[in-house]
Design a protein around this ligand. Structure first.
Ligand SMILES: [Zn+2]
Length: 240
């Protein structure tokens, strides 16, 4: 196969030298009647140098297979847990699903969700005298999963210390007595529950909604239906 001249570095160098010589011969100015000379700068391949200081690159740590993307607490929390008010989680034996229940919620920006999480946390710290936001995970209306109270601490979501013992609290933003959970929320809830139940060896009979642990209208009838459907599917798979 014939060598194409400009793929050969020696041919490139020879061409540049020839053009330099031509430019010098005409005094580097165009002369009427002559063909315009190509500008040298257009022939020089720019040299890309490695930066002396490596660029800062953020690399997300690899997630184990099946682990959902969870936005770290550090992405939203401005207040650290008050450890003196917290108890260790101990052995995890159950997971409980809640709705936030304040009002109708819609998809919101990251900043808006951060603000909501800070408001919930303040309310739990001040009104309930809790050591932190009560839930371990929060799922917003876009299906983003946020880390709440660190899992090493017992939650404050189910009613009392006995109900909270070994109990992971998962809350979805919205009021599911008056709105349906968004499909993205339900999808994230399923992924998160699968992950938590597999990680902590929690069986389907230990996946609860708040209303199943104590009399309350949480998590709302529409979310209750979703949890019922999910448990039904898990039980059907287990029978196979
Ligand atoms: Zn609840």
């Amino acid at each position: 196969m014939p060598t194409r001249p400009f793929h050969n570095p020696y041919a490139v160098r020879a061409a540049v030298i020839a053009l330099c010589a031509a430019a010098l011969a005409v005094g580097c100015t165009n002369t009427r009647g002559r063909s315009p000379q190509p500008r040298l700068s257009s022939l020089v391949v720019p040299v890309v140098r490695q930066p002396e200081t490596p660029l800062a690159v953020t690399v997300e740590p690899a997630r184990p297979e099946g682990m959902p993307v969870i936005l770290a607490r550090s992405k939203w929390a401005e207040t650290a847990p008050i450890k003196s008010r917290l108890s260790p989680m101990g052995k995890i034996t159950r997971v409980t699903v809640h709705h936030e229940g304040m009002g109708v919620e819609e998809e919101a920006s990251l900043d808006a969700v951060k603000e909501s999480l800070c408001t919930i946390q303040k309310s739990h710290l001040n009104r309930l005298h809790a050591g932190d936001i009560g839930y371990h995970y929060i799922i917003d209306c876009s299906g983003r999963i946020w880390e709440g109270r660190p899992i090493e601490y017992q939650g404050a979501h189910a009613g009392d210390s006995g109900l909270n013992r070994g109990n992971i609290g998962v809350v979805l933003m919205g009021n599911f007595n008056i709105q349906k959970p968004k499909p993205a929320q339900v999808a994230s809830l399923r992924v998160l529950l699968n992950y938590l139940m597999a990680t902590y060896d929690v069986g389907v009979s230990h996946l609860y909604t708040h209303g199943e642990l104590k009399p309350t209208d949480c998590p709302g009838r529409y979310l209750q239906t979703e949890v019922d459907r999910f448990r039904g599917e898990l039980r059907a798979v287990a029978k196979k």
